[in-house]
Design a protein. Structure first.
Length: 67
């Protein structure tokens, strides 16, 4: 369940365009539209890594730690 949420969150965030389709607030002169998407690149990486680690832990638990 948590793994699925980690993988689903970036898709929902990027598909909900009306939440970030604006210019303000700017960050060091970069419009919100751009820095929000770039921030999600980092967030997506962290969430994917978390999902992978959770999946590996689950696989080890299922196989009794033999891997």
């Amino acid at each position: 369940m948590v793994i699925g949420l980690c993988l689903l969150a970036p898709f929902v965030a990027m598909l909900w365009v009306s939440s970030y389709a604006r210019i303000e607030p700017t960050l060091i002169g970069i419009p919100f539209f751009y820095w929000y998407q770039l921030l999600w690149v980092l967030i997506s990486t962290a969430l994917t890594m978390t999902a992978y680690q959770l999946w590996k832990r689950d696989q080890r638990a299922r196989h009794g730690g033999e891997r």
